[in-house]
Design a protein around this ligand. Structure first.
Ligand SMILES: Nc1ncnc2c1ncn2[C@@H]1O[C@H](COP(=O)(O)OP(=O)(O)O)[C@@H](O)[C@H]1O
Ligand SMILES: O=P(O)(O)OC[C@H](O)CO
Length: 491
């Protein structure tokens, strides 16, 4: 019998469960996509039961694989789309409302109003975050205020609130554990990242009762026992997906930086024991917490990356598959002056403009499918550049960037990114760094790994992309991008 770890990766567009060997090799993957729900402009929801069933089914498939192949499961790791918020009844286990997704902008006006009474500097000093609908607190408050009877139930202590990790732990342990980890807690706007406690001032500000919140644990901890399979398995590792990716990319030294291109794009820079405050509206967040010791990070969050590719495929239907984007990009010698600002759900860092909406600029009679596709892929690179500019103004000067996520299968995109950033970009052999990060945490919990050093040893380079864009082209495209962004900003 050989030991394995199960890693659940509950992302924005799909749920996956992967089986990892102790050497970090993927032995099996089960994946299920699920629908996005867009009830109104700027609203994004997921059906909680669909999330749960997609996770359960992939977990059952992965477990069956382990049984068939005589693998002994030593533990479960969980990683998840962050900030997405659920509220459920502790007695029935049923959710009161759909999951309100991280991209959802419905609480923009409330957040703007709050910023007037509770200064952003004060909030940032406690949570490292800003007043923006992205984070969980205003989403919890919305459900409590808008769903009939929710506030009254909350007063009786019968409601539980949580991010997706917390909801899954609850369901996997059949209501025995209401727990989350410090990285997920750090995305709620209710958690003080210095004291490592839920913050009373913020609970009052958002009018969220303490009784609904989970226990906050280290990323390696006893999160409870999964009792929904044929055997009981401990849940031993949890981290938000971007932090898990930073772990899977072995970003353990101060200055190590990674960028993940999934639905959105998230750049995380390890700042070590120091919680660095950005002057340019980047977030300070928890990278990981192990044995009570916090490692902090600076984060740049872009809301639309792969989601724009999905828009090309499912929205305006000009590609059949995400993979097609690469051949269209390569078919053009230049972008012909066409720029897309994909502010479909507002703009995240460094602009933080929830009311901005997208724009397509520089159209001419010969603009066609290829130009629009290329502008979409380029926009993801330019948005990353904007984050790097903000980081540079904060005194950070990365020499190399590690990338992962579904989009980086596109070689053209990674090459262009390197050119725009003017630094080498490294892509690892294992692109499932998020799932690997969560598996590594569970492996440490199970005693299969001694420490994070094992991850460092397992990380392998697939390809290093060297910058090859000439200075003039770079200057031209970045100037045009900047002026396109200015046209969509509302603040
Ligand atoms: N070859 C490709 N070129 C461009 N985008 C791609 C490619 N392959 C996948 N994608 C995009 O990557 C995203 C999926 O990445 P993934 O990391 O699985 O996302 P998530 O975890 O957010 O669900 C999708 O939005 C998809 O459109
Ligand atoms: O689904 P992803 O991979 O784009 O990640 C979502 C983020 O965690 C949102 O903060």
């Amino acid at each position: 019998m050989s030991d394995v770890i199960l890693s659940i990766d509950q992302g924005t567009t799909s749920s996956r469960t992967l089986v990892f060997s102790p050497k970090g090799k993927i032995l099996f993957t089960a994946q299920r996509e699920f629908p996005q729900i867009y009830p109104q402009d700027g609203w994004v929801e997921h059906d909680p039961e669909t999330i749960w069933q997609s996770v359960l089914k992939t977990l059952q498939d992965a477990h069956e694989f382990c049984e068939d192949n005589n693998h002994q499961v030593k533990g479960i790791g969980i990683t998840n789309q962050r900030e997405t918020t659920l509220v459920w009844n502790r007695e029935t286990g049923e959710c009161l409302y759909n999951a309100i997704v991280w991209q959802d902008r419905r609480t923009a006006a409330v957040c703007r109003k709050m910023a007037k009474t509770f200064p952003i500097e004060k909030l940032n000093a406690k949570t490292g975050l800003l007043h923006d609908p992205y984070f969980s607190a205003s989403k919890i408050a919305w459900i409590l205020d808008e769903v009939e009877g929710a506030r009254d139930l909350a007063k009786t202590g019968k409601l539980a609130f949580g991010t997706v990790d917390c909801f899954l732990i609850w369901r996997l342990t059949e209501g025995k554990s209401h727990a989350t980890d410090a990285t997920n807690a750090s995305r709620t706007n209710l958690f003080n990242i210095h004291t490592q406690c839920w913050d009373e001032d913020l609970l009052q500000l958002f009018n969220v009762p303490r009784s609904g919140l989970a226990d906050v644990k280290d990323c390696v901890a006893d999160f409870g026992t999964c009792t929904v399979l044929n055997e009981d398995i401990p849940i031993l590792g949890v981290a938000g997906d971007q932090q898990a990716a930073a772990i899977g990319q072995a970003c353990f030294e101060v200055g190590d930086i990674k960028s993940t291109y999934g639905t959105g794009c998230f750049v995380i820079l390890n700042t070590g024991e120091e919680c660095v405050t950005s002057k340019n509206r980047l977030l300070s967040t928890i990278c990981y917490r192990l044995e009570g010791q916090v490692t902090y990070a600076l984060e740049g969050s872009i809301f639309i990356a792969g989601a724009a590719v999905q828009w090309l495929r499912d929205g305006i239907q000009i590609i059949k598959s995400a993979r097609d984007t690469e051949k269209y990009c390569r078919s053009l010698e230049s972008n012909k002056g066409v720029y897309l600002v994909p502010a479909f759900t507002g703009l995240g860092a460094p602009h933080w403009d929830p009311d901005a909406r997208g724009g397509l600029f520089g159209l001419s009679r010969d603009t066609g499918r290829a130009e629009i596709i290329r502008a979409t892929i380029e926009s993801v690179c330019y948005q990353t550049y904007d984050l790097f500019t903000a980081m540079a103004q904060d005194g950070v000067d990365p020499k190399v960037l590690r990338v992962d996520g579904g989009m980086v299968a596109n070689d053209w995109m990674v090459d262009y990114l390197s050119g725009v950033l003017d630094i080498p970009v490294e892509r690892p052999k294992v692109l499932e760094t998020t799932a690997f990060g969560a598996a590594a945490l569970a492996a440490i919990g199970a005693g299969v790994y001694d420490s994070l050093d094992t991850v460092k040893a397992a990380w392998q380079l697939d390809e290093r992309f060297e910058p090859d864009m000439d200075a003039e082209t770079r200057e031209t495209v970045l100037k045009a991008w900047k002026s396109s962004v200015e046209k969509v900003l509302t603040n």
